[in-house]
Design a protein around this ligand. Structure first.
Ligand code: NDP
Ligand code: 8X3
Length: 261
């Protein structure tokens, strides 16, 4: 197991869910953090909590990963000490809507494609030159079971996560020999803000997604990310597919029903 003390991790989508939990986990191991998301107040609060608890350095940045110009601007203007990025966790992402293809909203499709695919590409393209200059790095993409299987009404979200899967594989091939490792962590059903975002703020509908089962929680996924990052230098955990116990595939989910006596 490799120490990550004093390393620098850049985590996108760090204002909630997996990104936030990963920030706490890595900080607990002494890792310094660049945290990116759009909701800056949340990022500030998380940063302050982490600094107080773990005595590491945290650099919160308000950034929409869809904004190509700003992404390159922000990364190129990082203070020199923050340019030594060891780990890039490409986690920012979202699903919008759960509609059959004939009923989908164009605006939902644009948002998913722009965030999950293009945003991930912009951040990666901006960070890779720094890793090449540093002579090492590790990119961890957050994929999904939706990047391995297509489920009803998942259409564009599944396509975006299939693209992430292809990009992970492509990055690993192209970066071979550069000392930059590439991994993917692909979760199944996990209760975060994901479903609230998917259903445009409908909390009742979001809650129903996890009814009758114990889902993954954000820290379960953060644990997998920490595992990937702390293997010995010669080891690449190429892929982790992580389900809650109640799930066997996108379509095989076991729910306990409340039996009335
Ligand atoms: P959350 O909604 O809790 O977190 C998503 C994070 O992404 C937030 O911090 C949000 O911050 C950030 N984000 C969204 N859009 C942008 C943007 N344009 N620019 C910058 N940051 C952005 O969901 P999860 O933690 O569950 O999701 C994290 C990743 O995991 C996503 O890629 C998702 O697709 C994937 N995933 C989720 C699963 C689940 O069941 N929960 C399962 C498998 C994969 P802000 O709004 O402040 O910008
Ligand atoms: C999120 C998991 O199954 O809702 O990527 O697509 S799922």
């Amino acid at each position: 197991m490799r120490s990550i003390k004093s390393k620098i991790a850049l985590i996108t989508g760090a204002s909630s869910g997996f990104g936030e939990a990963t920030a706490f986990r890595l900080a607990a191991k002494g890792c310094n953090l660049i945290l990116i998301a759009r909701r800056y107040e949340r990022l500030k609060k998380i940063s302050n909590e982490i600094i107080e608890k773990f005595n590491v350095e945290v650099y919160p940045i308000k950034l929409d990963v869809r904004d190509q110009r700003k992404v390159f601007n922000v990364i190129s203007k990082l203070p020199d000490k923050w340019k030594k990025i060891d780990f890039l966790i490409n986690n920012a992402g979202l699903s919008r809507g759960l509609n059959k293809i004939q009923d989908g909203l164009l605006s939902d499709w644009e948002e998913m494609i722009d965030t999950n695919i293009k945003g991930l590409l912009y951040v990666t393209k901006a960070v890779i030159p720094l890793m090449l200059k540093n002579g090492s790095g590790h990119i961890v993409n957050i994929g999904s079971i939706a990047g391995r299987e297509v489920y009803p009404a998942g259409n564009v979200y599944c396509a975006s996560k299939h693209a992430v899967d292809a990009l992970t594989k492509g990055f690993r091939i192209d970066l071979l020999g550069t000392n930059i490792k590439v991994s993917t962590v692909d979760p199944g059903l996990a209760e975060t803000e994901f479903s609230i975002v998917r259903f445009h703020g409908d909390k009742k509908r979001a809650k129903a997604v996890y009814e009758g089962l114990v889902p993954l929680y954000a820290d379960d996924v953060a644990d997998a990310i920490e595992y990937v990052l702390t293997r010995d230098d010669n080891v690449v955990i190429a892929e982790i597919l992580i389900f809650p116990k109640a799930q066997a595939s996108s379509m095989h989910i076991h729910r306990e029903t409340n039996k009335q006596t």
